[in-house]
Ligand binder design. Structure first.
Ligand code: GRF
Length: 205
């Protein structure tokens, strides 16, 4: 069975979309553990509710050793690390040990509106202020560059003149909840190939 670890920092609606996809039989994998970046986040509640093992690896407790602690928890236990609204930046050995085995979901069309400090509602606010007519979300592999790994999937949504950042966030999240389980599914079936900084996806999408 393909095993994943999900890392989260907030509400965990993307985690929930993975849980629901597994429950519906659409996604054939096991969430081995959920690691939160702090106590009290709702993502951890969602995991506990399903009987999934949870851990908290906080910056407060581990400082610059956060990535090493996470690596210690997951080494030899999972096939893929899924960053689902995880706000810290992974660094060091975990990126080598899990090369091409870490994915992230970002709420914009990378390479626009991404990079350091571009997270949460800030992304949607910047999108609205820029006047672009389309936004969306991106699932990508994680490497040393923030939001810089190979793009796996993108989905597009319209941006309306009257949109608030919250409205746009909601529209994008609906797409995220479809895209992330799809990416995990295809990776688990070995149907995502990386070639010269780009990905080629086999299978139905
Ligand atoms: C999502 O918009 C995701 O793209 C971003 O953080 C947000 C997390 O939302 N990385 P949730 O915690 O999954 O509800």
């Amino acid at each position: 069975m393909f095993k994943i670890a999900v890392l989260a920092s907030g509400g965990g609606s993307n985690l929930q979309s993975i849980i629901d996809s597994i429950d519906k039989g659409y996604l054939n994998c096991k969430i081995e553990m959920v690691i939160g970046s702090k106590e009290g986040i709702y993502a951890l509640e969602r995991a506990k509710h399903k009987g999934i093992a949870t851990y908290v690896v906080s910056k407060k407790e581990y400082g610059v050793k956060v990535s090493d602690k996470i690596l210690e928890l997951i080494k030899d236990k999972v096939d893929l690390i899924v960053l689902a609204g995880y706000l810290s930046i992974l660094q060091g050995d975990i990126l080598k040990e899990f090369k091409n085995k870490i994915i992230n979901i970002h709420p914009s069309l990378i390479p626009s509106f991404c990079g350091p400090k571009m997270y949460g509602l800030k992304v949607h606010e910047a999108v609205i202020n820029s006047g672009v007519k389309f936004s969306g979300c991106t699932v990508h592999f994680v490497n040393e560059d923030v939001d810089g790994g190979e793009i796996i999937f993108q989905e597009v949504v319209p941006v309306y003149f009257e949109d608030t950042k919250e409205e746009l966030q909601k529209r994008v999240l609906e797409k995220e909840h479809i895209l992330l389980p799809k990416a995990i599914d295809l990776i688990s079936k070995n149907e995502v190939e990386i070639i010269n900084g780009k990905t080629r996806t086999r299978g139905v999408f």
